[in-house]
Write a protein that binds this ligand. Structure first.
Ligand SMILES: Cc1cc2nc3c(=O)[nH]c(=O)nc-3n(C[C@H](O)[C@H](O)[C@H](O)COP(=O)(O)OP(=O)(O)OC[C@H]3O[C@@H](n4cnc5c(N)ncnc54)[C@H](O)[C@@H]3O)c2cc1C
Length: 469
């Protein structure tokens, strides 16, 4: 008789939990799944907290509704699988602004993460260089090449388009610099078009034309009650044994399977399993891979991370514009990188008492010291800068919260996708029962990480000998 499969999921973020749910759905019914999470809380970057009596996201806030290939995103599919579809809510106010020369201006539409397909439409915030986007008789990007977003857009549209538009929009997701971030990983649709088109305007338009249309589908959604609802539901549906405060410190191959060293150095627990989904960020992953797969560890370990702090203030009846929030280019010299007016953006968060919940994110790649300021300093600076940007002093906050996310946002340098592919090739060849999942490899964002976890689960099932369903 076949012994039940024992699968360890290392990392209790959304990628690990999505992997656990997929294993429960597709692996033989008697599969023993255990999720090891080093902290006391599941969810990783998904964390719903409480401020002034409201459920507030202290980490990720929302998910993309659509999949870039068409249809619903993997996040929406998971939400539905977990029976939470009726909790999905959408922003009631979608328009955001950019801070340009200290004042708010609407973010121009029709761009791909700030890269315009029609230069005329962005002149309210940035002047594109004239006549630089010429056809040199070959595609912008070679078949196997990668380049930084900044390098490509600067050469074609000039510095202002990068500094005032592309970088703040990319920075809203990565807290990074356009000049450091890989086009292939952060803007895959534009990279694909750039391998064919001879001008950047042509590539943006081609990428936009290739994007599946879903008229009427909102771009973003979140869950009433908070994203931790998704975390709890995934953990429950997976039927996995959940081990909190259980850091995995070592992975040792045992023939086709693995021995995990779990817990404190002085009192380690050794656990034997048949397969491992490694759903932790690249740095801890590189440490764990160092013993069994140094060639994979080296590639995975090249990924650097930015740190951010999220400062949320509860403000009694402030005068806020009808905007979802604003983005701040680094050239403006402010600490705030982006701000979200939670109670304007999300109808379900509006309050009868008029209290507004406003969040600001602080910290750009390379400016880790800013994130290490005291809570009081961060809150006071954010309050002062918000007042300046909005053009009037805001009321004093009645409550506030500072959440630091140290080393949390991957800075995918050009060549990242190739390095990950090489690391995975090493694992497939030598250790097919060890599979990587999560933002360290496949890109940031809840849908990407859900898909990444699910794909890892499928690979494990294949490696262990096929499906039980
Ligand atoms: C501030 C912030 C805001 C964001 N906002 C959004 C948003 O609005 N929408 C969106 O789609 N995406 C957003 N993202 C990105 C998104 O949240 C992440 O890409 C995604 O949640 C990453 O999931 P993950 O499972 O790969 O990793 P993580 O969430 O990092 O989970 C990994 C887990 O592994 C655990 N771990 C690490 N080492 C070990 C070990 N040795 N043993 C056991 N456990 C270990 C960690 O404690 C952690 O819980 C945001 C990210 C940040 C930082």
């Amino acid at each position: 008789m076949r012994a039940p499969w024992r699968v360890a999921v290392v990392g209790g973020g959304i990628a690990g939990l999505a992997a656990a749910v997929r294993l429960r759905d597709r692996a033989p019914a008697d599969t023993e799944i255990t999720v090891y999470e080093q902290s006391g809380t599941l969810g990783g970057k998904l964390r719903t907290g409480e401020l002034a009596g409201s459920a507030v996201e202290f980490g990720a806030e929302s998910f993309l509704m659509r999949d870039p290939a068409g249809g619903e995103s993997a996040a929406v599919a998971l939400v539905r699988r977990l029976g939470l579809g009726e909790r999905i809510v959408h922003p009631t106010v979608g328009q955001a602004a950019l801070v340009v020369d200290g004042a708010l201006r609407p973010i121009p539409g029709g761009t791909l993460v700030g890269v315009p397909g029609d230069l005329e439409r962005v002149t309210t915030v940035a002047r594109p260089t004239a006549d630089a986007d010429t056809d040199a008789g070959r595609p912008l990007l070679g078949a196997d090449d990668d380049v930084s977003v900044g390098a490509l857009v600067r050469a074609r549209f000039g510095d202002e388009v990068v500094d005032r538009l592309v970088e703040p929009m990319l920075g809203g997701v990565y807290a990074g610099r356009a000049d450091d971030l890989s086009l292939v990983t952060t803007m895959p649709a534009l990279a694909r078009a750039a391998r064919v088109e001879h001008t950047l305007v042509g590539a943006v338009r081609a990428a936009q034309a290739a994007a599946p249309r879903s008229p009427g589908t909102p771009v973003f959604g979140t869950l009433a009650g908070g994203l931790s609802t998704l975390v709890r539901a995934a953990a429950a549906a997976s039927g996995a044994t959940i081990r909190r405060d259980a850091a995995v410190r070592e992975l040792t191959p045992t023939g086709p399977g693995w021995r995990l060293t779990v817990g404190p150095t002085r009192d380690p627990e050794l656990v034997d399993v048949d397969a491992v989904v490694l759903a932790v960020p690249a740095r801890p992953a590189a440490r764990l891979l160092g013993g069994p797969a140094p060639a994979a560890a080296e590639r995975v370990g090249e990924l650097d991370y930015a740190s951010v702090a999220l400062v949320t203030l509860a403000l009694p009846e402030p005068e806020l514009p009808e905007l979802s929030g604003f983005l701040v280019p680094g050239t403006e010299g402010l600490l705030i990188k982006a701000s979200t007016f939670f109670t304007t953006k999300w109808g379900h968060l509006r309050r009868a008492d008029g209290l507004a919940l406003v969040r600001a994110s602080v910290g750009r790649y390379g400016e880790e010291r800013q994130v290490q300021r005291t809570d009081e300093d961060l809150a006071a600076t954010v309050h002062r800068e918000l007042s300046a940007v909005l053009g009037a002093p805001l009321p004093a906050p009645v409550a506030g919260h500072v959440q630091r996310w140290g080393g949390s946002l991957p800075q995918y340098a050009p060549g990242h996708a190739d390095r990950v592919a090489a690391a995975r090739a090493v694992l497939r060849a030598h250790h097919p029962t060890l599979v990587l999942a999560g933002a360290g490899y496949d890109g940031v964002g809840i849908p990407v990480c859900v898909r990444s976890g699910e794909t890892a689960a499928e690979e494990i099932i294949t490696a262990l000998g096929g499906s039980g369903t």
